[in-house]
Design a protein around this ligand. Structure first.
Ligand code: PLP
Length: 454
């Protein structure tokens, strides 16, 4: 696919890629991305692409925001590194923590920092276990997540993920973590079942599961407000209120994984507000720094914080944290990101662009090759099917999603194929004109795809 330049040859010879078919890498070759500006990235040959996925759902402010760059340079010149263990702190982490608490979707008491979404979710799992030991419930340790969820790749977060490729041959999930139904009405709703009835059925199934496991053994439920990597699944409006009623009944903590939804993506600062979650813990990353530097966070509620504090007092320390927790450069860039969100009214901007974005998706959804178009705010997806009327999926060997993504790339648009679902998650700074160009390129890719399939 790519031209074999010296850089490409280096990459093939030396770099073990994440989420890549390693056996095919030498043949496929890398797309060597060398620079970025605004919503565009450019490859080694100077070809420019609209980054319709914000990289991996993260570069909300585009690829060249001058304020983030300046904040990073200043932080590097002032204090390039320090740690936060053993009562140490730095100005950026203290200010960032306070700001995050101020924008949290529900009252939260403290913020813990890590480097990735996986680490944030792993940390949340450990905090939940520690919490239940602290409050004298050592048997309440099982964790439920959902089929098709994506929560990361560390041992615990990959176990939370509900996608087969994250488990297969990695000997996961671990035995304290298991999965319940995915709230995708189009795929899993019964014939004639309304979205509200589907949500009721899933909440009832969750209750039966908790009863079968033993309510005294179930500690927490992890959920992305909108599932991202599982196919951009927007649950029915009544799903989370119904699920939360069950969780409260059995005193099961709710963790909102806002790694994709956080920071404006769904039209509110957090997806929890859009989808009606009231989490006890909240994890976030990605757009927190617009992806410019690795940083993630776990927010915890007052009751969780009180238990963590009391237990660490008893033991002598809270024995968890990373060398780079609260890294001063990452925190300075994240802090500037939150200031830009406020100054440039990014959430309002998302709301203003949402009708055009969702209309563009909906229009493509009318095509014979698309079974369902779905989305909220500036995130969405198109699910390709073999038969629109019966919703019959393509056989895996057809590779419909990857084919469409490759055609889009040839048109200068990067989208992401997750199986046969093609996702869009553009930078939130995209203009209306750029959005129109994005859909025009995707439309051309669809024309080519449908022509080739005819
Ligand atoms: N949670 C969600 C919802 C994600 O989408 C991701 C990554 O895509 C993660 C967690 C893991 O984040 P990371 O890749 O930074 O470990």
């Amino acid at each position: 696919m790519s031209d074999t330049t010296a850089l490409a040859r280096q990459d093939i010879a030396a770099h073990l890629h994440p989420f890549t078919n390693l056996a095919a890498h030498a043949d496929v070759g890398p797309l060597m991305v060398t620079r970025g500006d605004g919503i565009y990235v450019e490859d080694e040959q100077g070809r420019r692409y609209i980054e319709g996925m914000s990289g991996l759902w993260c570069s909300a402010l585009g690829f060249s925001h001058p304020r983030l760059v300046a904040a990073g340079v200043k932080a590097l010149q002032t204090l390039p590194y320090y740690h936060t263990f053993n009562h140490r702190s730095n100005p950026a982490v203290a200010e960032l923590a306070e700001r995050l608490l101020a924008v949290a979707p529900v009252p939260m008491a403290r913020v813990f920092f890590a480097n990735s979404g996986s680490e944030a979710n792993d940390s949340a799992v450990k905090m939940i276990w520690y919490y239940h030991n602290a409050i004298g419930q050592p048997n309440k340790k099982k964790i439920l997540a959902r089929q098709r969820a994506y929560h990361g790749v560390t041992v615990a977060s990959a176990s939370l993920s509900g996608l087969p490729t994250n488990h297969r041959d990695f000997d996961l999930p671990i035995d304290r973590i298991s999965h319940v139904d995915c709230p995708h009405h189009y795929r899993y709703g019964l014939p004639g079942e309304s979205e509200a009835d589907f949500a009721t059925r899933l909440a009832e199934a969750l209750e039966q599961r908790i009863l079968a496991e033993g309510p005294d053994t179930v500690a927490a439920f992890f959920a992305e407000p909108v599932m991202g990597a599982g196919g951009v699944i927007v649950p029915p409006q009544t799903y989370f209120p119904k699920v939360q009623a069950v969780l409260r009944k059995y005193d099961v903590l709710l963790v909102a994984d806002e790694v994709i939804c956080g920071f404006g993506r769904t039209g509110n600062m957090f997806g929890s507000t859009t989808l009606g979650l009231q989490p006890d813990l909240l994890t976030c990353a990605k757009a927190l720094s617009s992806g410019y530097v690795p940083i993630s966070a776990v927010m915890v509620s007052q009751r969780v914080h009180e238990a963590l504090a009391a237990n660490s007092g008893k033991i002598g320390t809270f024995g968890h944290g990373y060398t780079y927790s609260g890294h001063p450069v990452a925190c300075a860039i994240a802090l500037e990101t939150l200031k830009v969100f406020e100054d440039e009214r990014i959430v309002e901007r998302v709301r203003a662009l949402t009708p055009a974005f969702q209309a563009g998706l909906h229009q493509l959804g009318q095509r014979a090759s698309v079974g369902e178009s779905r989305g909220v705010g500036l995130i969405g997806a198109l699910e390709l099917v073999a038969d629109k009327a019966t919703r019959q999926p393509h056989a895996p060997e057809v590779k419909a999603g990857p084919r469409l993504a490759a055609l889009a790339q040839a048109e200068g648009l990067i989208v992401r194929a997750m199986g046969d679902t093609v996702a869009l998650c553009p930078p939130l700074i995209i203009s209306e004109a750029e959005l129109a160009t994005l859909f025009q390129r995707l439309g051309t890719a669809f024309d080519r795809y449908e022509h080739a399939s005819a």
